[in-house]
Design a protein around this ligand. Structure first.
Ligand code: HDE
Length: 707
């Protein structure tokens, strides 16, 4: 018997820890008898096969002799390797990269007048939720920070069944009809002949499709804005996108749009920062979410609704069934009705975040669909995709997907059936099983009895024809900085396109949105002669600017939830550092200490500092603001270190506040920084804290002259 596999079984150790461990085991692992044994004084569960057979040696496969061939007989080896071979499941065709968390939803204002759904009428009650936030285009192993829409999917485990609100962080979509979705996704995903680019829209096929799809122009404005470069998943909005219906006890219907508003406010990164974050920490958003939740700094959103009647909808200057349109808040204001708090990181990424299956068709009584043709395609697609992704019609039995209310029907069997129904009746109506589940006409789900008439056909309503008015409204609602970022994003993306007719076609569309925008993009691309704008059938309206569409003004004037990086080195003034740390903590922010070495950095008081990150692996892009607290000796050495100079110059270029002491000043000079209003001495901590709450937008013209 090999030395490594000595295992004494059957210990009856009953310490508290052992009991706890065995309890955890029986609830989380299948096939473990829960019998404990002891190695070197620590209690372990027995390692077994999936059939519960205790394994004596998990280090060596079964051989015919000491240097001989491995035997097929080794059922332990074969079971282990076979299971491993099947560990991956098909990743989601879109939204493959995601981060999820458990939490709860609490209703603060009842919508009883509009709906019978208990989740929207029972105030004060906490309903469990699982929320998954994702990028769209990249594979499951892609980076967290491409320029991309973020999926925002919430599963409410309500007392009346699961309700999935499967939205995005942008309130509109690229296309009006589901039949175009495979084309859109094929265009944005990596190009099929070459297998790149991964998680990027800056390539020919995406812009080719977009330039031939005028209905995408409104969404293009959103994705070229910094909304698609979030600083944190805690700092994005969520939108249900489509109109839904609420149905009250009299069967009356009101249309509704759902909005999630982050408590932490909105915040985005700037493009150069985003690109560098991807290299510095590909898991930037997932790590940030994990760290916030495990530190008790729970991400929180308000749920708000826009409610409107059919009659009001008929008077809108656009069709609310068209998912490329939003309803301006000035037209239908938002009412906050509740909040969602995510307070528990999943126990297991695969079991929960990977296997969670959202379907827009998961609705509860009192909520119903509108006739949005994009939504209708989704009602088919998600169930279908779960069948191929999770491999069985029984995916609802996976714990993260199972309703938390009783559920019963006569569906039976299938791959991976976990339920063990009893009795001989698996049908209804029946007279043989008095306790079998029966329909509930009074309380069960009923669809709104909407009258439908007209000619069948592959038709698009005339009311969907205006593709530019809201794109124009979005652009004029942005401030100068935001507009400059949209211009720069379009120039960046279109500069990556090899076929010259495609950027030209895009500039032609931009002319309908805003002539100055089109001209700036054309200049940025070096296009001398502007193309003609494409012919259109609907008149473009000049809608008023809507402040709700901006981004920078939605940044919260608070340091709560932000992370500061403090660069120190040998000889750092311990008192200054302490004062700085206290000020940051008092402002509700977190900090990380960065130094040239992870161990053995001694402060001015001779004590060793606790360092969180080594300089080369912790660039300033992963922090909201930075401080340079350095002895002059160390600063002189760091002045020759590109990582240290990059730490400073990146923070400056990304418009962040920088605090410095006398040593820090040496590094600032070495990095060639001209001090401005957000480069502040550590003597003026209050000023620094105020500056760190935002970015110095006026600095931008000195570091990135607008195009
Ligand atoms: Fe999705 N979408 N989608 N989508 N979508 C999927 O379902 C689809 C659309 C959204 O975290 C897939 O389970 C079609 C709009 C999110 O698991 C798939 C159409 C919005 C997620 C699918 C759309 C979304 C998905 C892939 C056009 C915002 C991730 C894996 C008709 C309102 C959910 C899966 C998660 C995922 C189809 C358009 C949001 C293939 C056909 C509009 C947040 O079924």
């Amino acid at each position: 018997m090999p030395k490594t596999a000595v295992a004494k079984t059957g210990s009856k150790e009953t310490t508290k820890e052992a009991k706890k461990e065995s309890k955890n085991l029986t609830s989380t692992s299948i096939g473990n008898g829960g019998e404990l044994h002891q190695i070197a004084g620590k209690i372990y569960p027995q390692l077994t096969t999936n059939q519960g057979v205790v394994i004596a040696d998990d280090q060596n496969s079964l051989k015919a002799s000491v240097r001989g061939p491995t035997l097929l007989e080794d059922f332990i080896l074969r079971e282990k390797i076979t299971h491993f071979d099947h560990e991956r499941i098909p990743e989601r065709i879109v939204h493959a990269r995601g981060t999820g968390a458990h939490g709860y939803f609490e209703l603060t204002q009842s919508l009883e007048k509009y709906t019978t759904a208990k989740i929207l009428t029972e105030t004060g009650k906490q309903t469990p939720v699982f929320t998954r936030i994702s990028t769209v285009a990249g594979g499951s192993g892609s980076v967290d920070t491409p320029r991309d829409v973020r999926g925002f999917a919430v599963k409410f485990y309500t007392s009346e069944g699961n309700w999935d609100l499967v939205g995005n962080n942008v309130p509109v979509f690229f296309i009006q009809d589901a039949i175009k979705f495979p084309d859109l996704i094929h265009a944005v995903k990596m190009e099929p002949d070459r297998g790149f680019p991964q998680a990027a829209s800056a390539h020919d096929t995406f812009w080719d499709f977009i330039s031939l799809t005028p209905e995408a122009m409104h969404m293009v404005m959103w994705i070229m804005s910094d909304r698609t470069l979030p600083r944190s998943l805690r700092m994005i909005e969520g939108f249900g996108v489509h109109s839904f219906r609420l149905i009250n006890k009299n069967g009356e219907s009101t249309f509704v749009k759902f909005h999630w508003r982050p408590k932490a406010g909105l915040q985005s990164t700037v493009w150069d920062e985003t690109v560098k974050i991807a290299g510095a920490d590909p898991d930037f958003h997932r790590r940030d979410f994990f760290e916030a939740i495990t530190a008790g700094d729970f991400p929180e959103w308000e749920l708000a609704v826009q409610l409107f009647t059919e009659k009001e909808a008929d008077a809108f200057p656009f069709d609310h069934l068209d998912a490329t349109k939003l309803i301006p808040e000035e037209l239908v204001p938002l009412t906050v009705i509740g909040r969602m708090v995510l307070d528990r990181w999943p126990d297991n990424f695969f079991a929960e975040t990977e296997q969670v299956a959202f379907c827009p068709s998961h609705l509860v009584p009192g909520i119903d669909f509108s006739n949005d043709p994009l939504l209708h395609g989704r009602l088919f697609s998600y169930l279908d995709t779960q069948l191929s992704r999770l491999g069985s019609a029984n995916f609802h039995q996976i714990p993260v997907n199972a309703p938390r209310c009783p559920f019963a029907n006569h569906q039976r069997d299938g791959h991976m059936q976990m339920a063990r129904p009893v009795g001989r009746v698996a049908y209804e109506p029946n007279s043989l099983a008095k306790d079998a589940p029966r329909e509930q006409p009074a309380t069960g789900f009923t669809s709104m009895a909407e009258p439908v008439a007209g000619d069948k056909g592959r038709i698009r309503p005339e009311s969907f024809a205006d593709h530019y008015s809201q794109a124009r409204q979005f652009y004029v609602s942005q401030n100068e900085t935001e507009q400059a970022h949209i211009v720069a994003a379009l120039v960046f993306e279109l500069s990556k396109v090899e076929h010259p007719h495609i950027p030209l076609a895009m500039v032609a569309h931009l002319l309908h949105i805003n002539e100055e925008l089109a001209q700036r993009v054309a200049d940025g691309l070096g296009i001398k002669d502007l193309p003609a704008a494409p012919a259109i059938s609907a008149e473009i309206q000049d809608l008023p600017a809507s402040p709700a569409l901006g981004l920078i003004d939605k940044m919260k004037d608070s340091l709560a939830g932000r992370v500061l990086g403090i660069l120190i080195a040998d000889g750092t003034d311990a008192k200054v550092l302490e004062k700085f740390k206290a000020a940051v903590t008092a402002a509700d922010a977190k900090y990380k200490i960065i130094a040239p070495r992870i161990n053995g950095v001694y402060l001015s008081d001779g004590k060793e500092a606790k360092v969180d990150g080594q300089l080369a692996g912790s660039p300033s892009v992963i922090f909201d603001a930075v401080a340079l607290v350095l002895s002059s000796e160390s600063a002189k050495k760091l002045a020759r270190d590109m990582a240290a100079k990059g730490f400073v110059s990146d923070a400056f270029s990304h418009l962040k506040a920088i605090a410095y002491d006398s040593g820090g000043d040496v590094l600032l000079t070495a990095a060639g920084i001209d001090k401005d209003a957000a480069v502040i001495s550590t003597d003026k901590l209050k000023d620094f804290i105020a500056a760190a709450k935002t970015r110095l937008w006026t600095r931008e013209e000195f570091v990135r002259p607008p195009l």
